[in-house]
Design a protein around this ligand. Structure first.
Ligand SMILES: [Zn+2]
Length: 493
């Protein structure tokens, strides 16, 4: 891909430049205006209202609490909520009703749901060197909430799936009304708890540092904590970075922000007797129940649909992430980006989103998958191979694939097969594979590899797409993703 031709949409990545300007201004003025030179960080594009942030967050928090081991200790929760709300008072923008939850896991991890629902793992309290470090993690999460990163990402995700060319009409349309109605109905945590990008991490670091400063803590404490876990000083499994990727030059950026504010505040707070008591108390509590799979991050755990069994994958190769959806799991390269909701997912290549001729962001390089409901298919369970003697589906794989193709052609009349259908196996199940051509979102032809397999939910189809001229550059990765697919087994009743 020529970087000059295709501009990937970037989210407010002018922070560095802006900060550089601030620093230059600070040096010029050399005036002791403490608040004047901090970097302004503002929430991005969002189709949700702030009330919806709260509504979505509260529903997801209830779901999360029922699925994750919670500490359920009032003393620890009271302490964390008092600390968290004291800090949250210094967050800019909408005053969200903050609620802090303690996960009974010794992993060093934390995450925030929209609207003020913050989950801090027991491991963070146990590993924080002082109260300021815990306050740093809390301030970082509060920043994700205040900057509305969850619903901002869901906005972008919905838009990216919605405009996926040939699938636009099937993956959800991308209409604002639809997203909003989904917010009131069937919620999927994964959409709101995507792995943050490095750009959003930097935003949370910068704003978190400001909040920490305003709350009277040593603003360097957040960076210290992250640095310690990054360097493995805690010797514990730090899952933190699977939710919060490490931005480049993190510590320098935090230090720069502290310089922007004129150095650490006078008489900053680092520790408290109360924190030391709580940490001692938490350490003394019985160890949490054993964890099923340490490789799985919180997003994966919460994505697991209640009606099915997702087999944990403990064999994740280096440089690969796992996508765990309702119908399958798959590996994809760490620099690719998976977003999904329910049965639909898009796994996009780096810069896989491009700007089309109309100036709209659109997906041109990547893998999308969804479930198609063929007419005449029995939706009775028990279709997992020959293991259960359920009713046979009334529609064959071949017929279901024909129906899918016909449906795809309604929105993409130029879609056509360029190879014969090949019978393959996908995770041990009979599947069909065929190469197609279509009009690319970039103009010119696009090559699509279509793979279909019958599942209890319908016809699972996976489409790998790239402009024809560049398809060869992506085909190995596409094949790798397809061959890593592990179909979700349905629970037999
Ligand atoms: Zn973060």
């Amino acid at each position: 891909m020529e970087p000059g031709r295709i501009r990937a949409p970037r989210s407010r990545n002018s922070i560095q430049t802006f900060a550089g300007l601030c620093l230059a201004t600070a040096m010029l003025l050399a005036a002791p205006l403490v608040l004047a030179d901090r970097t302004q960080v503002k929430p991005g594009w969002n189709i949700f209202t702030t009330d919806q942030d709260v509504e979505i967050g509260q529903k997801l928090a209830a779901q999360t609490e029922s699925k994750m081991p919670m500490l359920g200790d009032k003393r620890v929760e009271d302490y964390l909520n008092a600390l968290g709300r004291r800090i949250a008072r210094h967050a800019p923008g909408v005053k969200f009703p903050y609620e802090f939850h303690v996960v009974n896991s010794q992993q060093v991890n934390s995450f925030a749901l929209p609207g003020g629902e913050v989950f801090i793992y027991r491991g963070v309290i146990e590993e924080a060197g002082d109260e300021a470090q815990l306050a740093g993690v809390v301030a970082h999460e509060i920043s994700h909430v205040a900057l509305r990163h969850g619903t901002n990402q869901a906005t972008k995700s919905e838009m990216s799936t919605g405009i996926l060319g040939i699938l636009g009409s099937m993956v959800g349309g991308g209409s604002v009304g639809m997203v909003v109605s989904q917010a009131g109905g069937d919620l999927s945590t994964s959409s709101f708890l995507l792995k943050y990008s490095r750009a959003t991490e930097t935003q949370a670091d910068v704003l978190g540092t400001q909040i920490l400063y305003d709350a009277g803590y040593d603003p360097r404490a957040m960076g210290q904590f992250f640095e310690n876990i990054e360097q493995g000083k805690h010797g514990r499994f730090a899952e933190m970075f699977s939710n919060h990727p490490i931005p480049e030059r993190r510590i320098e950026r935090i230090d720069q922000e502290i310089d922007n504010m004129g150095g650490p505040p006078k008489d900053f707070k680092t520790d408290s007797a109360e924190f030391r008591d709580i940490r001692r108390y938490v350490v003394s509590l019985p160890p949490p129940p054993p964890e099923k799979s340490r490789r799985f991050n919180t997003a994966n755990i919460q994505q697991a649909p209640p009606a099915s069994v997702v087999t944990p994958r403990s064999d994740v190769p280096a440089n690969m992430h796992v996508y765990t959806g309702a119908t399958f799991t798959a590996y994809f390269p760490t620099d690719w980006h998976a977003t999904g909701q329910g049965d639909s997912v898009s796994i996009l290549a780096p810069r896989g989103m491009v700007i089309d001729a109309q100036g709209n962001p659109t997906a041109a390089y990547g893998v999308i998958a969804n479930v198609f409901q063929p007419a005449g298919m029995s939706l009775a369970g028990g279709m997992d191979g020959a293991t259960t003697a359920g009713e046979a589906p009334a529609v064959t794989l071949e017929e279901a694939t024909n129906q899918l193709m016909a449906s795809l052609r309604e929105s993409s009349p130029n879609l056509k097969a360029v190879t014969l259908r090949e019978e393959i196996e996908l995770d041990g199940q009979p599947a069909l594979s065929v190469k197609l051509t279509n009009d690319s979102q970039l103009g010119g032809p696009e090559t699509d590899l279509l793979v279909t397999v019958l599942r209890p939910q319908g016809l699972l189809y996976i489409i790998c797409a790239a402009p024809q001229s560049e398809y060869a550059d992506y085909s190995d990765t596409f094949e790798g993703i397809i061959s890593s697919i592990h179909l979700t087994k349905q629970k037999t009743k």
